[in-house]
Design a binder for this molecule. Structure first.
Ligand code: CA
Ligand code: CA
Length: 376
């Protein structure tokens, strides 16, 4: 059992805070931190003349000193001819919510502006689990199940890997003032742990996870996983889910080559009842790792995808694993907007409204598009 995991991990998003410190001078006056900018080089003598003996920091590239000042010292230095400016070292707020590039790329942002959020649509994430205490996921994680019975893997809300939490964030990270934003930011997430913390699983386990999703009335199943060999049991279970009205989306696989030749789509994506999703970059070029072949059905962002990872973290992953949840998220947006559609009708609509990107063995019907599907 091979997992389609991130090929290249890159930069971690750092949410930095700089909190100003305030202290009290000997005479009881409150002191605040200021950045004192000199006209020429920093002159400690000037600061000392105003009773400022301690410099907290100086910079190499600009003549600036970080110091603590009373209100009186601040006013005095502000008017000194050799000082250009004195700025309060203001608190830097959290960087706020970053919208990952893939969200507007699939018309998620425009769909949100139209009031579409995936609210009420249930998406099962068959993966390594979801950290349901993550600050940017907690509100949307509504349930879960693990196919494992061992202590380490029996909790669907413990994601010792990070893969499932990342996939979940692309589908439905919360719209708030922090972290990232999911494609369908009010969809309900269900953590179905079919991959262990080491990222491996079995066809039997995946089949059990699909069955759980069907029995628990999931609308959409996302499977950012796969293997190179087929399993009749897995195929039957995927077909049963489709017959039960569930839309099933899976990563096409990361077995592509630079030339884009050959048939390398993995299972379960390759089954007729499952939508196989290929990965593109921000220029709509196929990621070189993205599997190719006639089974590719849709394309979605899968390069440098920023999303949630356990312990309130954020990270950028690459893979068709990251592309699949973009399609699951768009499907949630469209289904939320057009609740009367069957899964077959929704699938056909996603195909018909996709942006044609060329070679169907690389991109299928093309780049998934939320608004075009909603308006069609
Ligand atoms: Ca957020
Ligand atoms: Ca398929």
């Amino acid at each position: 059992m091979r997992k389609f995991l991130a090929l290249f991990l890159s930069l971690t998003l750092v949410l930095a805070f700089a909190v100003p410190s305030a202290s009290v001078a000997n005479n009881g006056e409150e002191k605040l931190e200021y950045l004192v900018q000199f006209e020429g080089p920093v002159q400690k003598g000037v600061l000392e003349a105003f009773g400022v003996d301690e410099v907290l920091h100086t910079y190499d590239l600009i003549p600036v000193a970080l110091v603590e000042l009373t209100e009186k010292q601040y006013r005095g230095l502000s008017h000194h001819p050799q000082i250009k400016a004195v700025d309060h070292n203001a608190e830097v707020q959290a960087l706020g919510q970053t919208v990952p590039w893939g969200v507007p790329h699939v018309q998620g942002t425009a769909a949100h502006e139209g009031g579409h959020t995936g609210s009420g649509v249930k998406v099962a994430i068959l993966d390594t689990g979801i950290d349901n205490e993550h600050e940017d996921l907690a509100a949307n994680v509504k349930g879960g199940y693990s196919v494992f019975t061992d202590d380490e893997n029996s909790d669907p809300f413990y994601d010792g890997n990070g893969h499932g939490t990342h996939v979940a964030g692309t589908v439905a990270a919360v719209d708030n003032t922090l972290g990232v934003l999911g494609v369908a930011h009010q969809a309900d997430l269900y953590a179905v742990k079919v991959l262990s913390n080491s990222g491996s699983g079995s066809y039997a386990g995946i089949a059990e996870g699909i069955e759980w999703a069907v029995k628990n009335d999931m609308d959409i199943i996302n499977m950012s996983l796969g293997g190179s060999s087929s399993s009749s049991v897995l195929e039957e279970m995927c077909n049963a889910a489709y017959d039960a009205g569930v839309l099933t989306v899976a990563a096409a696989g990361n077995s592509g080559n630079r030339g884009g030749k050959g048939d390398s789509v993995g299972y379960p994506a390759k089954y007729e009842s499952v939508i196989a999703v290929a990965a593109v970059d921000a220029d709509n070029q196929r990621a070189s790792f993205s599997s190719t072949g006639p089974a590719v059905e849709l394309a979605a962002p899968g390069v440098d995808v920023l999303s949630t990872v356990p312990n309130n973290g954020y990270d950028r992953y690459n893979g068709t694993s990251m592309a699949s949840p973009h399609v699951a998220g768009v499907a949630a947006l469209v289904w939320g907007a057009k609740q009367g559609l069957s899964n077959e009708q929704l699938r056909q609509l996603l195909r018909d409204s996709a942006m044609d990107l060329g070679d169907p063995n690389h991109y299928g019907y093309g780049l998934v598009q939320a608004v075009d599907a909603i308006q069609q």
